[in-house]
Design a binder for this molecule. Structure first.
Ligand code: IPT
Length: 999
């Protein structure tokens, strides 16, 4: 509907003619330019921007009126007498208006470009603004408004702008009068730009970033461009600053020391050379200070000298190949939605640095300008991405080349549509012009998941014409035509399996470097493949590394638990018509940035040094850093431990040049021990390494140094007493008595001194509460792994070699199908009351993937503590144990639960040889020298599988102990490749064994 046509002529509403016109993108806005904040003369231009006398922040309470439909909005929307109020910046859906919708690739509106539904929800914002004429102009700046805004000053139309994650600036001086003025902003939930902003996120709208007014002189610096690069020897720095709008005096400082001074005019840039330049890198983010002084303004800018290039298929910074060990980050917070204030950004970036992450992709839009300055300071390589994603096209009608094999090509509908050419180029121009001076930005990315076509080829060309100093990145090269993608400087893919990356390296026809712009999809319990990818990245300089998907779970707060914790919701919790469930809970941090165990894995995999064993007592400390001697910043403490103790410990300092190594001798590591022994090298920070405090752990390496000989256990003496009845075997050894039920082939009881240590019969367990990566879970339910019935063919008992031995033949099944598993089991009870379990199972063809194979025991609640020797103390799995190490650990069962927002299998410990659970006086000890996994939980797997949210979980009346002969890895198959064979359980035949000792 043409809104202007139904509005009174000349009314503010009648000006609303741009939001369905992809050729009218910005009306009344100032031209794009590099981000900077002017200060008054005499001020510290390097202070935070809020200190500038020329900067007036308009954040705070604004008048607010919300309309479900733009049609119902009054003609004079600027009359806000009866309005409510809202805090700016915010998302109106988190302030009680409209509702959040989580959709991934599906558009939130019917696909009908450039039109949007007639009933566009609108938020009208109003604010008074005091103006005293002082000769300076007033520039009103919005750093982010979703999806578009119409601006009125004193009721007069002042302009229109779109592109949610970009700054729109309006010179409002001419519309102001002395005294109180009224600013009114109508924010529409949808506009033609909505088709270009189909990112996988909660769909929220409003004025969501800072709003401020800059006071600027008539003739002022409009833009400036910094080029700061090393010379060919990387010893001298070459600085060039060109200016637009006015001339300026420039001063370059190294710390407080002025190192050069000069001036620049529109026809003559400022140039200077810096001897013995200190280069910028993520490892050593050295910044110089550039002061730009004009007639009445001062601008402070940090400058990093660095050169980015691709040489012979290798991505280089300052002449050296660098790898990106990165993460994809969205602006998403449960309390403030899309708004990230300085504190929140700094918290995220510091936590990344503390996790040894060196790169961030601003998926899938530019972040607030201050974000980049923080990356400059902290040292993070940024892939700066334009506000562009048209993924939803893949789901709409598109008959061109639409076929089952090539269905994804439909994604390129907009990429090739001339109607959107200018709008796409606009987004690229905005990206580059705003962030061009940031040293941390090392790669431009012209969007995500939008397919490929002429518009995107033009986008790449435009970026290159605006800035030739950085390579361009784009992943989504699905096409509907033959548009060549040779303009891309690197080959980018997402979620490619390690095998396929290996194949890429073998291609003769491809010489560009390769980047995994998304990998190790960190949804729920995972990812399990980080180390595999890392090893691969390290193999070839053609591989630029990768960026984990993604940084933080997106959640909305649904309410609070009785103890004050937020109840996080995801897709479907706000009554959306369409939603994509918990696919937005796929990150390394919870919504409040509490790390998942996956982040600990990242930190460890990305550690800057790695130790290898050269000989029995010689070790190499390998420095993976490219620019600094790791020994300058890290100290190593080492310890040799075995089950139950520490054999030796020490520490050393070392020196290892970039990509070099240091050798150390540790004579104790060559000793013979009575038990298996491990050495662990723990690296801690010193001399202010990155964001770590001195003494903080940066990473570790654990290496097995001794494997003890296994001693055969000899049973001697009299076998335990056996009592046999038609339905029971009872075996008594001292004060231990086992009661075996012949009907179910289960132990109903393990009695110690008359007390049953089992709260329920001990059972075989083949199921786990599906993790998000268990994409095959429906097969498990179909086979009834979760609720099988027992069939017992045979049970027998005999006394042999000082033991009572029960032999069983049984099967497990449920439905019309053949039993899903047949089993023979042997239970050997020794005369000290120890129980050795051994079983062999054969699975039917209905079971193609087995999540676990083991035993489940229910014990009374007072059995609340465990001790174990194995991989702790993070939860650990066959493919997710980098952050854990082999050691002696103890824990309360209540603390062993990892509280994934959508509940799922968690808290297991892999590679254990011993575990005991106790109530203080009675203990059950589980052991297997070949290793097993266990979990001890207050929740049953059934409960974890059934509930949608963590806050719905109800504790079991018993504690649940799972002793698993084997447990499948976790992988990252929610979006990534299927779990690697080596982390799956063997099928169709599998054996298990474990010893249980009650005492
Ligand atoms: C990929 C998207 O780029 C990202 O935004 C996110 O949606 C991710 O998937 C899944 O969590 S695209 C997908 C088709 C591989």
């Amino acid at each position: 509907m043409d809104i202007s046509a139904i509005a009174k002529k000349g009314s503010p509403k009648s000006e609303m003619i741009y939001h369905e016109d992809p050729l009218a993108l910005h009306i009344g806005t100032l031209p794009d330019h590099a981000y900077f904040i002017p200060f008054a003369k005499g001020q510290d231009a390097f202070a935070e921007r809020r200190c500038s006398q020329r900067f007036e922040l308009l954040n705070g309470e604004w008048y607010f009126a919300y309309y479900d439909s733009i049609i119902d909005m009054p003609d004079d929307l600027t009359d806000m007498r009866d309005s409510e109020s809202i805090f700016v910046p915010s998302n109106l859906q988190l302030c009680g208006y409209d509702k959040p919708q989580y959709t991934n690739l599906n558009y939130p509106i019917p696909y009908d470009p450039p039109f949007v539904p007639d009933d566009i929800p609108v938020g009208v914002y109003g604010r008074d603004y005091d103006y005293t004429p002082d000769g300076l102009r007033r520039i009103l700046c919005f750093e982010g408004v979703d999806s578009c805004l119409y601006l009125y000053v004193n009721g007069v139309f002042a302009g229109y702008s779109q592109v949610s994650h970009h700054t729109s600036e309006f010179d409002i001086t001419e519309l102001l009068h002395e005294g109180q003025n009224r600013l009114t902003v109508a924010v529409l939930k949808w506009c033609d730009g909505t088709y270009l902003e189909d990112q996988d996120k909660f769909r929220l709208s409003g004025i969501f970033r800072d709003v401020y007014v800059l006071s600027r002189p008539e003739k002022s610096l409009r833009d400036f461009r910094i080029t700061a690069v090393p010379d060919s020897t990387f010893t001298k720095g070459e600085l060039r600053v060109s200016v637009e709008g006015t001339s300026a005096i420039l001063r370059l400082y190294d710390g407080e020391k002025l190192i050069c001074r000069g001036d620049a005019s529109e026809d003559k840039p400022f140039e200077c050379e810096v001897e013995d330049v200190r280069l910028w890198s993520a490892e050593s983010p050295y910044l110089y200070r550039l002061e730009i002084e004009t007639d009445s303004e001062l601008i402070g800018e940090k400058v990093g000298f660095r050169k980015v290039e691709i040489v012979d298929g290798v991505f280089k910074l300052n002449g050296k190949h660098i790898k990106l060990f990165g993460v994809n980050r969205h602006d998403s917070y449960p309390d403030t939605g899309y708004y990230a204030d300085r504190e929140k950004m700094l918290h995220d970036l510091t936590l990344m640095k503390r996790s040894n992450i060196n790169a961030v992709r601003t998926s899938h839009y530019p972040n607030a300008p201050e974000f980049y300055a923080m990356c400059d300071e902290l040292g993070l390589y940024v892939i700066d991405e334009a506000d562009l994603e048209t993924h939803g096209c893949v789901c709409v009608y598109n008959d061109l080349k639409w076929s089952a094999e090539n269905a994804y090509n439909g994604i390129a509908l907009i990429a090739k549509d001339p109607l959107f050419r200018e709008a796409i180029l606009d987004r690229e121009r905005l990206l580059v012009s705003r962030d061009v001076n940031r040293p941390s930005v090392v790669i431009w990315s012209f969007g995500n998941e939008s397919g490929y076509g002429e518009n995107l080829r033009e986008a790449a060309k435009l970026i290159k014409s605006l800035d030739s100093s950085r390579p361009v990145h784009y992943e989504s090269t699905y096409k509907l035509d033959e548009t060549p993608d040779d303009v891309l400087d690197m080959v980018s893919e997402m979620y490619t399996s390690p095998e396929d990356i290996q194949k890429f390296l073998e291609r003769e026809d491809e010489k560009r470097p390769f980047i995994l712009c998304e990998y190790s999809h960190a949804m729920g319990n995972g990812p399990g493949d980080l180390e595999e990818y890392h090893e691969l990245f390290m193999k070839s300089d053609r591989l630029m590394g990768g960026l984990v998907w993604e940084w933080a779970d997106h959640g909305v707060i649904l309410g609070y638990t009785a103890d004050g914790k937020p109840k996080y919701g995801y897709g479907g919790d706000s009554g959306e018509k369409h939603d994509d469930g918990n696919f937005c809970m796929d990150a390394l941090c919870y919504p409040d940035r509490t790390p998942h165990t996956g982040l600990a894995e990242v930190k460890q995999v990305y550690r800057p040094v790695r130790v290898t064993r050269i000989s029995a007592d010689r070790f190499a400390v390998n420095n993976l850093l490219r620019f600094i001697d790791a020994g300058e910043y890290l100290t190593c403490n080492w310890e040799i431990t075995y089950d139950g103790g520490k054999a030796a410990a020490g520490s050393f300092d070392f020196s290892a040049e970039p990509m070099g190594s240091a050798e150390v001798t540790i004579p104790e590591a060559a000793r013979n021990f009575e038990r298996d022994a491990y050495i662990r090298f723990i690296f801690t920070a010193k001399n202010g390494y990155s964001v770590f405090a001195d003494g903080d752990e940066v990473g570790f390496d654990q290496i097995k140094v001794f494997t003890a000989e296994r001693k055969a256990v000899i049973n001697e003496g009299k076998a335990p007493d056996i009592t046999e009845t038609p339905l029971k075997f009872e075996i008594t050894a001292g004060d231990i008595r086992y009661v075996f039920n012949r009907r179910t082939a289960q132990f109903d009881g393990i009695f110690k001194g008359g007390k049953n240590l089992l709260a329920k019969p001990m059972e075989y367990n083949f199921f786990r509460a599906p993790i998000d990566n268990d994409t095959m879970k429906n097969d498990w339910y179909a086979a009834h792994l979760n609720d099988y019935k027992l069939k017992v063919y045979e049970t027998s008992i005999s006394a042999e070699n000082s033991c009572a031995i029960i032999r069983v033949k049984q099967s497990f099944g449920w439905s019309i199908h053949q039993p899903f598993a047949k089993m023979t089991a042997e239970y050997r009870i020794g005369n000290h009351g120890e129980l050795d379990i051994g079983c062999d199972a054969e699975f039917s063809n209905k079971v193609t993937f087995l999540p676990r194979f083991g035993l489940r025991l229910f014990v009374d609640k007072d059995f609340d503590s465990v001790e174990y020797y194995g991989y702790g103390e993070y939860e650990s799995y066959a493919d997710k144990h980098q952050a854990s190490y082999v050691g002696n650990f103890s824990a309360k069962i209540a603390d062993m639960h990892e509280d994934y927002i959508r509940p799922q299998e968690n808290g297991s410990h892999w590679g254990c040889t011993r575990m005991s659970v106790t109530n203080g006086s009675d203990t059950l000890v589980f052991s297997n020298p070949d290793g097993f996994s266990f979990s001890a939980s207050e929740y049953t797997q059934e409960e974890l599988a059934e509930k949608r949210h963590n806050f719905e979980l109800v504790k079991c009346e018993h504690n649940v102990i799972c002793a698993d002969f084997d447990m499948a890895g976790v992988g990252s198959a929610a979006c990534g490749p299927q779990l690697a064979e080596k982390y799956r359980l063997s099928l169709p035949k599998i054996s298990g064994s474990i010893k249980i000792v009650p005492n």
